[in-house]
Design a protein around this ligand. Sequence first.
Ligand SMILES: Cc1ncc(COP(=O)(O)O)c(C=O)c1O
Length: 420
Amino acid sequence: MNRALSQVDPEIARAMEQELDRQQNCLVMIPSENYASKAVLQAQGCIMTNKYAEGYPGARWYNGCEQVDTAENLAIERAKELFGADHVNVQPHTGSQANMAAYYALLQPGDRVLSLPLDHGGHLTHGQNSNFSGRYYRFTHYGVDRETEVIDLDVVRRLAHREKPKLISVGYSAYPRAIDFAEWRKIADEVDAYLMADVAHIVGLIAAKEHPDPVPYCDIITSTTHKTLRGPRGAFIMCRREYADAVDRACFPGVQAGPLMHVIAAKAVAFKEAMTDSFRAYQHQIVLNAKALAKALMERGFRLVSGGTDTHLMLVDLRPLNMFGATAADLLEEAGILVNKNSIPFDHVSSALASGIRPGSPAVTTRGMKEPEMEQIAEMMSRVLHDPESESVRKEVLQEVRELCARFPIYEDLTEGHCG
Ligand SMILES: Cc1ncc(COP(=O)(O)O)c(C=O)c1O
């Protein structure tokens, strides 16, 4: 029972050890990834994983829920305080399930929804054909403007008046600009639609007031907990008081059964961490770092979609280099820099190849890196991408990346890739 993981399952223990080594020795520029704190990891690896707790605190289908009730109540109360929300549900296992529950709470199959499509920066769950959302609801998409590459609210307004959607969705996966939720509320009110924000990416910035606040304007807000918020892999939903019952019934029994109580405990820890001054300073630095990286990339000749960023991420258009995003991501990985390929608006190639990459600053900022390191990272990216034939450049950059990573270690007291 109490034998160490390495004794019970050396293959998995070895994979974790090597994963720790990988995370320590590469630059994670994927904007949806981060390093959860040791306290979050400990909570996520705890014995609450053993408990069945269908239902909600004080009203469970199983006995023995006193301690998990404490964890869930703390998570809920902390999230409500952090964001000033009327109601919070912390049970969604993932961002996708939070979105599924949000639609389930407010819509009927076949209802109309207005959203940004995946290839302009939206998410699979915002109406992609291959996703449940596209199958069960009738999505109409707005896009970004071809010239400015920014969402044009006049176009959204016209579409909303024409389509009369029951729900308007705002909040994205690959859109680098700030969202003015007050203006979106006006449009939703004009057509009597629900306004839903999916803040999976920008939630940490919102918590730290580094991005406009959706809470006063949106009926329902979904978010992940593992991206800029830096918590465990998971999600939560905030909503106005009048939708509280519908949201709770949508999460359970609507789309989920037993909640992951160990993850909910870890969400409580993450919300507590997000209330601190150091977290607010961290979010501020994320934005400064993203702007510094964007500027340094543009100075090296890269074209950024919409000309920059207001957030933690940016989209780099690689068409001027005649290179696919997939190629760029592979070349950079060889040099120790992790980015993800990403379609850019009006892309002419498939999303499997993509014409762009989507670098972001959350993970490297967690390591303590600041503007000078962003300049160095931009320089290294530029060297690799402007000289794709040169293996020696990638080798040189890999060495530089290792040295940079050594100066900004992660999990200094972990040796095994888990919290023991
Ligand atoms: C805007 C947005 N919503 C939802 C999700 C889904 O989150 P998950 O991967 O946890 O299902 C993502 C994840 O990338 C996202 O970017």
